[in-house]
Design a protein around this ligand. Structure first.
Ligand code: NAP
Length: 215
C-alpha cells in the first residue's frame, strides 16, 4: 500500500491523515514546528502513521499533500517532489496570506502558484472547498445516492486519476474542473465553495462561477 506524505498537519492535514490511515495507507505527517509537536496526533492515528520533518514527508510520500497557509508554499521542498503527484488544498485569504498581486488581478490561480514552485511535480488541486470537519463525516461508499462530490483540477491526466481514486476511497465522487488554470472556478466566494454538493450540482456550480472582477 502506498504512503501519503503530509506537509501541514492542521485542520485539513490531520483529517486527510485520518482518512488515509482508515484506508490502510501509511502516513508521514509534518508541520513547521517539528515532529515532536505531532506526538498526540501520531498516537491517535496509530501504527500506520509517523511524524517527520517536511523533507521526510516529501521524500516518503508516493502522493504528497501540501496543506499549509498559501503564503508559505515557497518553503515546500522542490527536488524530493519531482515527478510526484502533489495534492494542493490551499486557498487565498489576503488577511492571512497578505496581498498576492497575481491572484488579485486573476492572472493566475493558487494551484498554478504551487505548480510554478514545483515545475517537475504533478500538482492536483483537491480538498480546497470542503470544511475540514466534513472530511470525516460526509464521506459515503461509492454508488450512494446523492454522494458528495469534490472538485479536482490538474494538468496531468494520470495524476488526476490517482487523486480521483483517493477521493473515492475517502468517500467522495470527483468532478474534474479541467486544467489547473480552471481552479478559480472553485476558489472562495464561488457557488461551489463550501456547501455540500453532489456531482451534478457541483458541475453546475463550476459553470456558474464568476471571476472576482465580474461579481
Ligand atoms: N480549514 C478548512 O476547513 C480548510 C478547508 C479547505 C482548504 N483549506 C486550506 O488548506 C490549507 C490548510 O488549512 P488548515 O485549516 O489545515 O490550516 P491550519 O489548521 O492553520 O494548519 C496549517 C498547518 O500548516 C503547517 N505549516 C505552516 N507553515 C508550514 C511550513 N512552512 N512548512 C510545513 N508546515 C507548515 C502548520 O504547522 P505549525 O502549526 O507547526 O506551524 C499546520 O500544521 C490552507 O491553505 C487553507 O486555506 C482549509
Amino acid at each position: 500500500m502506498a504512503t501519503i506524505g503530509l506537509i501541514g498537519a492542521g485542520h485539513i492535514g490531520s483529517q486527510i491523515a485520518r482518512l488515509a490511515v482508515a484506508q490502510g495507507y501509511d502516513v508521514v505527517i509534518s508541520n513547521s514546528r517539528g515532529p515532536e509537536t505531532l506526538s498526540d496526533l501520531v498516537r491517535e492515528l496509530g501504527p500506520k502513521a509517523r511524524a517527520g520533518t517536511v523533507l521526510d514527508a516529501a521524500k516518503a510520500g508516493d502522493i504528497v499533500v501540501v496543506t499549509i497557509p498559501l503564503k508559505n508554499i515557497g518553503a515546500v521542498p522542490v527536488a524530493p517532489l519531482a515527478g510526484k503527484v502533489v495534492v494542493d488544498t490551499n486557498n487565498y485569504y489576503p488577511q492571512r496570506d497578505g496581498r498576492i498581486p497575481e491572484l488579485d488581478n486573476e492572472s493566475t490561480t493558487t494551484s498554478e502558484l504551487l505548480q510554478a514552485h514545483l515545475p517537475a511535480s504533478r500538482v492536483v488541486k483537491a480538498f480546497n472547498h470542503i470544511y475540514a470537519a466534513e472530511l470525516t463525516t460526509h464521506g459515503q461508499p461509492a454508488g450512494s445516492t446523492n454522494r458528495r462530490a469534490l472538485v479536482i483540477a490538474g494538468n496531468d491526466a494520470e495524476a488526476k486519476k490517482a487523486v480521483a481514486r483517493l477521493l473515492d476511497q475517502f468517500g467522495f465522487d470527483a468532478v474534474d474542473a479541467g486544467p489547473l488554470k480552471e481552479g478559480w472556478r472553485i476558489q472562495r466566494d464561488t457557488p461551489g465553495y463550501g456547501p455540500r454538493r453532489n456531482a451534478e450540482e457541483l458541475t453546475r456550480d463550476l459553470a456558474a462561477a464568476r471571476r472576482y472582477a465580474d461579481q
